[in-house]
Design a protein around this ligand. Structure first.
Ligand code: GLU
Length: 301
């Protein structure tokens, strides 16, 4: 059998243990990788210490194992990758693509989600930049910044990056922004396919743009529906999504398989996690995954 060049990944942030919404994303990326004879890598996005919960990364690793989602090779921790992020930032700076942004939160809040480029103009005209004052670093987008890509689940998509304006690559608190770290690490890990939740759909064109600026390989992307609660909010640690229960791993998997478009035959209802996963790998079809941006638990048959 030919060796597959497919490399997928799951990249949780250790801001708490996994809940059902994160299991859905883990499972979709796992099944797509395994059904394609590919590798499935695990990256812990521990980029943001103020938001992290001590012990959460180890808990996530245990939860994946308990559900039979075994990854390949060593886990990559983003906290070990800071030098690479700084080097890429330097490269973009030398290319004249970055500027310092001194806008505070209060000002950004008044802009309604679109950065107006105030500091871009200021930086271009100032004779010297006041680098000692706390600032974030933004990438300067070209005038024409339409990004198109074919999402393997949602179909062809088109985004105008300028709608949200120049985005942050390096934060005011001296941490790498998610967009920069994610583009660099997907390239570093040789990721060919990123299957993740639709909540990250707005990030994808930014990451594609960055990978072009840095001459990185661009993976294929697929966005699955995000699991929401009955009020329509995405399940998350912020809105108290319950931690995945360790004694219900099989029913957790069955629920998530239902949300990914599977009809599970009744003879599998007493199967082990491994048998269920093997069956799902054999029957995985991207075209069965709902093209919705959101689902609720009651959508699982
Ligand atoms: N770490 C990000 C999160 O948990 C996801 C990163 C990704 O899949 O690109 O939301």
């Amino acid at each position: 059998m030919a060796v597959s060049s497919y490399i997928g990944r799951f990249a949780p942030s250790p801001t708490g243990p996994l809940h059902k919404g994160s299991l859905l994303a883990a499972l979709a990326s796992f099944l797509d990788a395994r059904a394609n004879g590919g590798q499935w890598l695990l990256r812990i996005d521990d980029l943001d210490p103020p938001r992290e919960i001590p012990g959460a990364a180890d808990r996530i690793l245990r939860q994946l194992d308990e559900h039979g989602l075994h990854w390949d090779g060593p886990v990559l921790y983003q906290s070990t990758r800071l030098p690479a992020y700084k080097e890429a930032l330097q490269q973009l700076s030398c290319a004249g693509l970055l500027y310092a942004c001194y806008c505070n939160r209060a000002r950004l809040r008044t802009l309604g989600g679109r950065y107006d480029g105030k500091c871009r103009i200021h930086n271009l005209h100032a004779s010297a930049t006041i680098h000692d004052k706390p600032h974030a670093t933004r990438i300067q987008l070209p005038e024409q910044s339409t990004v198109t890509f074919k999402d393997v689940i949602q179909g062809p998509l088109l985004f105008d990056l300028n709608k949200a304006g120049d985005f942050i690559l390096w934060r005011r608190d001296q941490l790498s922004a998610y967009q920069l770290a994610c583009s660099l690490d997907d390239d570093h890990q040789g990721i060919s396919h990123v299957i993740r939740g639709s909540d990250l759909l707005d990030s994808t064109p930014r990451q594609i743009h960055l990978s072009h600026c840095l001459a990185l390989e661009t993976p294929q992307y697929g966005h699955i529906p995000v699991l929401s609660n009955a009020e329509g909010q995405k399940l998350s640690k912020q809105n108290h999504a319950p931690e995945l229960s360790s004694d219900k791993t099989t029913s957790n998997l069955i629920d998530c398989l239902g949300l990914l478009g599977f009809s599970i035959p009744s003879e599998l209802s007493n199967s082990s996690n491994q048998q269920l996963l093997n069956w799902a790998i054999d029957h995985w079809q991207l075209s069965n995954v709902p093209v919705l941006r959101r689902v609720t638990e009651s959508d699982s048959p």
